[in-house]
Design a protein around this ligand. Structure first.
Ligand SMILES: NC(=O)c1ccc[n+]([C@@H]2O[C@H](COP(=O)([O-])OP(=O)(O)OC[C@H]3O[C@@H](n4cnc5c(N)ncnc54)[C@H](OP(=O)(O)O)[C@@H]3O)[C@@H](O)[C@H]2O)c1
Length: 318
């Protein structure tokens, strides 16, 4: 199945199907994301996935600024996504949170703004506000009200598209039903160990582009439990890689593209940044796609257990 390098969104804008993830688990080493974004743009990435929560948008912005000044890209060539964090779900706080992101990124607009999670925390600058017992202080803003704040950001020309992240199908439907401007993209955890098929198809059928986060299953995550499968070591992935002269990561990423997904693998290594973009000269047959589909274990990397008691916790339904 041929795959496209870009998907058209309802706004008419095109989103590149391969982007660079920038979550380094609390900032990473200083300069890591600056160097990764600079390298990615140099080798042809035109889509960068960011978030207020990642606390590294200054580095992303610096890399974009220099790439534009050096003539590698123009702003209009680049698709930049950011996300509104849980502490800014009041309708008027959404725009303020986006303005902070824009100031960090050094941009006047982003291409896509997502609601990072459907769960809200107490408003403010602390991303994890806690009480004296160390419990997260929840807030209970209506997600529809938050969505109105997202629409306000389009009206203010601060973002070109708006969307969701980590919403389940019931929450997606509530937003669709109440929206003046529909969500154009949803970001979900998807990889062959967590195929998320029902929700992916639910969204795709409603003309919402689906971006797969943790597309490689975050293989080197520090919280990986003993005995959990390692996607890149799965025999079928290794066997397809060796048969096609590709790496295991490329097989996994190609498989996701063939499902019509947008992917945002994160890497800070120049070799792997390049590798993760070289996906358009190979193809998995229908039978090979079935072999990959059989890897599904419903294994979620980002469980977000601290929010499990919130009424909008999304992962108890598809
Ligand atoms: N919306 C959300 O709630 C949400 C949640 C999580 C993530 N995200 C977004 O999705 C992006 C990707 O997810 P993720 O970073 O969690 O996981 P991922 O992209 O599946 O995995 C990233 C890890 O894989 C390694 N890696 C990258 N390319 C590789 C390759 N070719 N071969 C072997 N290992 C490779 C990287 O190490 P090196 O850097 O050393 O290469 C990195 O540690 C994030 O960066 C973020 O932008 C969104």
């Amino acid at each position: 199945m041929p795959v496209s390098r870009e998907l058209q969104l309802p706004s008419g804008d095109k989103i590149p199907t391969v982007g660079l993830g920038t979550w380094t688990v609390w900032q990473g080493a200083e300069g890591e994301i600056y160097r990764a974004v600079k390298e990615a743009i140099k080798v042809g990435y035109r889509h960068i996935d960011c978030a207020w929560f990642y606390k590294n948008q200054g580095e992303v912005g610096q890399a974009i600024k220099e790439s534009i000044e050096e003539g590698t890209i123009k702003r209009e060539d680049l698709f930049v996504t950011t996300k509104v964090w849980n502490t800014a779900h009041r309708r008027d706080a959404v725009k303020e949170n986006l303005k902070q992101s824009l100031s960090q990124l050094g941009l006047s607009y982003v291409n896509l703004l997502l609601v990072h999670y459907p769960i809200s925390f107490k408003d403010g600058d602390d991303p994890y506000p806690k009480d004296n017992d160390g419990n997260i202080i929840f807030a209970y803003h209506d997600i529809v009200d938050t969505w109105k704040g997202m629409e306000d950001c389009i009206d203010a020309d601060l973002t070109r598209n708006i969307g969701l992240s980590n919403f389940n199908h019931l929450q997606v439907q509530r937003i669709i039903d109440a929206s003046r401007i529909r969500p154009s993209v949803i970001q979900l955890e998807v990889n062959p160990l967590l195929s998320n098929t029902q929700l992916v198809e639910y969204c795709q059928k409603r003309d919402i582009g689906v971006t797969a986060y943790a597309p490689l299953g975050f293989p080197n995550r520090s919280w990986k439990k003993k005995g959990e499968p390692d996607l890149l070591e799965e025999p079928v992935v290794k066997q397809l890689a060796s048969a096609k002269g590709k790496t295991p990561a490329q097989i996994v990423l190609r498989c996701l593209l063939q499902r019509g997904l947008i992917i945002i693998p994160k890497s800070s290594s120049p070799a792997r940044i390049k590798e993760n973009l070289e996906l358009f000269d190979t193809e998995l047959s229908e039978d090979e796609m079935k072999q990959m589909a059989a890897l599904d274990r419903n294994l979620r990397v980002y469980v977000d257990s601290i929010s499990a008691s919130h009424p909008e916790y999304p992962f108890n339904d598809f």
